[in-house]
Ligand binder design. Structure first.
Ligand code: SER
Length: 317
């Protein structure tokens, strides 16, 4: 039986992954942890919760020992835009947190899942249908921590036989908890503003393509890869995964089909635009499809319909 510790459990992914995993593995078998107890009441009230600062290895080890954890899902991380504003904090948290998790996993025989990102690619990476194995020279601190993290995860598997697995997530779109300061966040904010004000000012320029994914597909990807038959895995970490690739005009057009009055204009943020320009337009995720049957369900149309329905209820509109 899996006993799973999730770090960063009150963040954008964690707050939904905890509930999704509790449904599959049982409430008592999924231990949510976070640096503070601020966030989703559902997470805090439906099963075990521990304060864990991933920069404190003893706190991670204590939670692992207390609940006899055998699987750690490590989500605590600083995203791309916040990372550019605070590169020292991004390096310290993203590298230090992952290193501590891998050490605790090695000492306690745990397997690990941790996400990398499209940010692990850079300006010299092939932009379209970006291959699984290709040039990775990112130009952001966040991306540097993601490539280094991918290498560190491979190292712990090869050197210490820690079963570490992971995917390169694209921009994740969800309605439960807001993302914590990434470049792809515009594709979340646009839905909130469409419902609240029927208009949105995009900080990303027209024509800028980035990979995206709706949260239900992301949750399924995590569990599918954790449960995948290791004999089929040629890669372990950093699988390219994507559901769709779009630019601001395309998401705006899709929203207009549901909210005809919706209008969008632009006030481009040079920092986040620069980050977006350094990332791929679209990933090739055939390795994930071949090795563990990755098969996303939501495209832009299906996601937009569901997001607008769910967010309207949430925002009382
Ligand atoms: N959504 C993330 C970001 O924009 C990508 O990993 O930072």
């Amino acid at each position: 039986m899996r006993k799973i510790l999730i770090t960063g459990a009150l963040g954008q992914i964690g707050s939904e992954l905890v509930m999704y995993m509790r449904n599959i593995y049982g409430n008592e078998n999924v231990i949510a942890s976070n640096i503070t107890a601020d966030g989703s009441k559902k997470v805090l009230e439906s099963g075990p919760f521990e304060i864990v600062n991933v920069l404190n290895p003893q706190q991670i080890a204590d939670a692992v020992n207390k609940y006899k954890v055998n699987t750690i899902v490590h989500l605590a991380s600083i995203l791309s835009a916040v990372g550019e504003a605070n590169p020292v904090a991004a390096w310290n948290l993203n590298m230090g947190g992952l290193f501590n998790v891998l050490e605790v996993a090695k000492e306690n025989g745990c397997s690990v899942f941790t996400p990398s990102s499209i940010a692990a690619f850079g300006p010299s990476t092939p932009k379209d249908k970006t291959p699984q194995d290709t040039v990775q020279r990112p130009s952001t601190m966040y991306g540097i921590t993601k490539v280094s993290g991918e290498l560190l995860c491979d190292y712990y598997f090869k050197r210490f036989n820690v079963d570490v697995r992971g995917v390169r997530f694209p921009g994740l779109i969800s309605y439960e908890t807001l993302p914590g300061g990434g470049t792809t966040d515009y594709a979340v904010h646009i839905y909130y503003e469409a419902i609240k004000n029927k208009k949105y000012t995009s900080y990303i320029k027209e024509g800028t393509y980035m990979d995206m994914m709706y949260m239900p597909d992301a949750l399924e990807a995590i569990v599918k890869l954790i449960e995948a038959d290791p004999k089929r895995l040629k890669h372990r970490n950093a699988f390219n995964v994507t559901s769709m690739s779009f630019e601001p005009e395309e998401i705006a057009r899709e929203i207009k089909k549901h909210i005809p009055e919706f209008v969008m204009d632009y006030d481009v943020d040079p920092i986040r635009q620069g980050i977006a320009d350094s990332w791929p337009n679209s990933l090739d995720d055939s390795a994930a499809r071949e090795e563990w049957d990755w098969n996303p369900k939501y495209d832009l149309a299906a996601m937009t319909k569901d997001m607008l329905e769910k967010l309207s209820v949430k925002l009382g509109k």
